[in-house]
Design a protein around this ligand. Sequence first.
Ligand code: NDP
Length: 448
Amino acid sequence: MSISQAIEKVEARYAHQPEFIQAVKEVALTIAPLYDAHPEYETLKVFERLVEPDRVICFRINWENDKGEIEVNRGWRVQFCNALGPYKGGLRFHPTVNQSVLKFLGFEQIFKNALTGLPIGGGKGGSDFDPKGKSETEIRRFCYAFMRELHHYVNKDIDVPAGDIGVGSREVSYMYAMYKNLTRESTGVITGKGVGFGGSLMRTEATGYGAVYFLESMLAAQNEDIKGKKVLVSGAGNVSLHAAEKVCMLDGIVLTVSDSKGTLYDEKGLNQEKIDWLKKQKEQSKPLAEYVDVFGGEWLAGKKPWQFKADIIIPSATQNEVDEEDAKQLVENGIRYVVEGANMPLTADAIDYIRLHHVHYAPGKAANAGGVAVSALEMSQNSVRQYKTHEQIDSRLKIIMKNIHDSAAEASEEYCQTKDGYIDYMSGANMVGFKRVADALVAYGILN
Ligand code: NDP
């Protein structure tokens, strides 16, 4: 079955899963030259196999709210592909979570994890539980109840979850505590644990910092650097604030952050004091808008950050937050680099538009792979029960991000007919990630 036939099959079978179809097409449409060069992929139906998860586990979570009432949520774990190692990918708690969203994230995760060069397969999970407005004890009860179900399916050698939207170190600690309680094992079954009880240094910073390390390589490939460049960041969570922090450390100028309520614009740019304030504000679930009273700037209620003139954007909030209209505005405003901190933050039309206009574009599976890479380093530290220093992890992260950049750039050069030094990171990253997984599947025969 050819790739186009496999896409048609996915579209027919999963018509009700638009995000998943979007993610499959994004990969499929870029790997054709590689697929054609390897007839064994088609013989062994590699693509058709890869678009079907190994399994989707779906479970009910009963928990008790502060009023003593029973609440019922749905939980999932998508174990997508373990060709390269244990399933690995985060857990998302957000009311928009459904099977389509988790399958898109799990599918992306397979290739992202392959790009890191580390032995990890792809998975994703989560729940439609909405942490917003819940008390500390409700969050704790929910996390315990979630792991009470999930622990049947995960294990340090089988499937190792982590955090994502709505799941930070607090939630990871609660889930880890329940896992230990039920299994009596102190293992690396979940990553993002607190430093001091199994967590790795730099895991919190890794995704945002890693995205900026990737950006540095992109700029270097065009003989530029980040100093003095204006950057628009979206989101005000883990990825966004650490990406903003690293840009500031490298003397770039971060003009915006945002959240689901609106955008904060500070024409003077953020600095460490402002970022520390923002981290604290979000930790306490307080409004971003209060920034204006403390530091000045402008709060734009209900608006996205894409209306301002700048050089670079790092969309780091959620999927499909940049549409075609936004893309037109970005091009008009002179944006030359797009680095995806979030997973699939650009719609397919937005990607087409910016690529057509030669905006340098780093897809999430390459640019935000730093988080899962340090998670894999956490797994190996847990296995040997020895911990690395901040400097050791940071230098490993830099090397991993540079390797991802360079391998994607090399694949772009080998397979894509681009001109004037433009690097097709999207096709390059998809081909490198896909090839590593496909070659393992070919070696295994028809198992896996
Ligand atoms: P967080 O929960 O820490 O932060 C998410 C941020 O995005 C918040 O500011 C949130 O605002 C905002 N946001 C969420 N949904 C929307 C929406 N629909 N519209 C506007 N703003 C929104 O999540 P992370 O920073 O961990 O994750 C962000 C993205 O990065 C996700 O796509 C995730 O999959 C991806 N990612 C995360 C990794 C990690 O290590 N954490 C690793 C790789 C990818 P509010 O608080 O108002 O909801």
